[in-house]
Write a protein that binds this ligand. Structure first.
Ligand SMILES: Cc1cc2nc3c(=O)[nH]c(=O)nc-3n(C[C@H](O)[C@H](O)[C@H](O)COP(=O)(O)OP(=O)(O)OC[C@H]3O[C@@H](n4cnc5c(N)ncnc54)[C@H](O)[C@@H]3O)c2cc1C
Length: 394
């Protein structure tokens, strides 16, 4: 059992982290490892209750921008060691990712991305449609034009990851408060002064905004305007089946992704352009929609006809915290001492979270920015230095 407090918050802290998702937990743990004492995590619901506990657990290094490739590559290395490092089984399985397309026009981008990934040391290979059958024997390749495959990509179990990090945080003395809502952030002369919650006020010089889909609201409390918007996404899970599918299959053409979990379930989702964008994440509903079930089933059968006999067991919805270039916003804000944000991960914060925590904790404790944090800072939108990743799928 990990002791999580639901009582009064402490009067003071050296750093307050808002959000008990993967980013809040990894950052808190790394801050503690780097010697910062008296760290408090504030989570308004339960650990993993935001996007993290609703995600597909996919971890891939197949991206078109070098920042995403490098972050994912470093995260994969961390995922490979994570169960041992945290002393907690996170069920990381490297079945690979098979990224397919039905369009000839995607082929140059797939080849180019594979070349960039190879340059970064990622073992991606380009495959002809027929070659996909050695990885997924019953895949319907009739409409496929090509694919890329990286054997080191994979999946982990999101709740195990957050529980593992929560345990590791607790071991290092981090105070985790659940069912505790941040109501306000106080500033004094351009500096962070305190965080006000529904369970008391904490004086602190450092606030890290890891509030996921609520990050924009938290930033607004200190006058920072984030360009993030929220998007609803759903996932469907089947009954458990004997192991038959190693890689995560993901389509650049229609956005479907599906894999088989260690429990044997097919787990997958598909993006929906017609979903409304949500202005207020608290208005968002997590009801499941038949429209999604139908779209997912149709798309799944088109790639994997043998799934026709499979019973679907459950589905759920969650939110993506989306930025204009679908890449995270990291770092601090000039003129606002002690405020940091780690947000805007769109559909890939679970895979980028572990290494982001390491890099951001180093930045927070030493003040030394690294090249990735610099390139993902908020002012890139103002400066027009936007470089969208071409492989945003799902
Ligand atoms: C359907 C779906 C599938 C996805 N699949 C993948 C995938 O396969 N791979 C991948 O890498 N990513 C995936 N993602 C994206 C991924 O889940 C997110 O990018 C990631 O979990 C973000 O983590 P986080 O810690 O930043 O935010 P969150 O996990 O959302 O955590 C933020 C936390 O802050 C808390 N909070 C908010 N406001 C307050 C407040 N005022 N006071 C206190 N606490 C507060 C919330 O309760 C929440 O728990 C998926 C997302 C969804 C919805």
């Amino acid at each position: 059992m990990i002791p999580l407090s639901e009582g009064q918050v402490p009067f003071s802290a050296d750093a307050v982290i808002i959000g008990g998702g993967i980013n809040g937990l990894t950052t808190a743990r790394e801050l503690a490892k780097q010697g910062l004492k008296n760290i408090v995590i504030l989570e308004k619901n339960y650990i993993g209750s935001g996007s993290t506990g609703r995600c597909g657990g996919g971890i891939r290094q197949q991206w078109t921008t070098e920042e995403n490739i490098r972050l994912a590559q470093e995260s994969v290395r961390m995922y490979e060691e994570m169960s041992a490092d945290l002393g907690y089984q996170v069920f990381f399985r490297q079945g690979g990712y098979l990224m397919v397309t039905e369009s000839e026009t995607d082929l140059p981008a797939l080849r180019q991305a594979a070349a960039l990934q190879n340059q970064c040391g990622v073992l991606t290979e380009f495959l002809q449609p027929q070659e996909c059958l050695r990885l997924v024997p019953d895949l319907d390749t009739s409409n496929l034009k090509g694919a890329t495959y990286c054997p080191k990509d994979g999946t982990a179990y999101p709740f195990a990851v957050v529980w593992g990090y929560a345990k590791a945080c607790h071991k290092l003395g981090v105070n985790i408060h659940i069912r505790t809502t941040v109501l306000d952030i106080e500033m004094d002369d351009g500096r962070i002064k305190a965080v006000v919650t529904d369970r008391g006020r904490i004086t602190t010089p450092v606030v890290v905004n890891c509030a996921g889909p609520w990050a924009r609201d938290m930033a607004a409390k200190v006058g920072v305007s984030l360009p993030n918007r929220q998007e609803r996404h759903e996932i469907m899970v089947s009954e458990s089946l004997k192991p038959f599918l190693d890689p995560m299959v993901i389509s650049l053409s229609n956005g479907i992704y599906f894999s088989q979990s260690l429990r044997g379930e097919i787990v997958g989702g598909i993006g929906d352009q017609s979903e409304p964008h949500w202005e207020n994440p608290d208005d968002f509903n997590t009801n499941s929609q038949l429209r999604f079930a139908v779209r997912f089933a149709k798309a799944l059968l088109a790639y994997y006809p043998r799934a026709a006999e499979v019973r679907m067991m459950r589905q759920w919805a969650g939110m993506y915290d989306v930025t204009p270039d679908h890449r995270p916003i990291l770092g601090s804000v000039p003129g606002l001492d002690g405020y940091f944000h780690i947000c805007g991960f769109s559909g890939h914060g679970f895979m980028l979270g572990p290494v982001t925590g390491v890099r951001m904790a180093r930045y927070i404790t030493t003040g030394r920015q690294d090249d990735i944090i610099t390139s993902l800072s908020l002012d890139r939108f103002e400066k027009g230095e936007i470089q969208a990743d071409g492989f945003v799928v799902g």
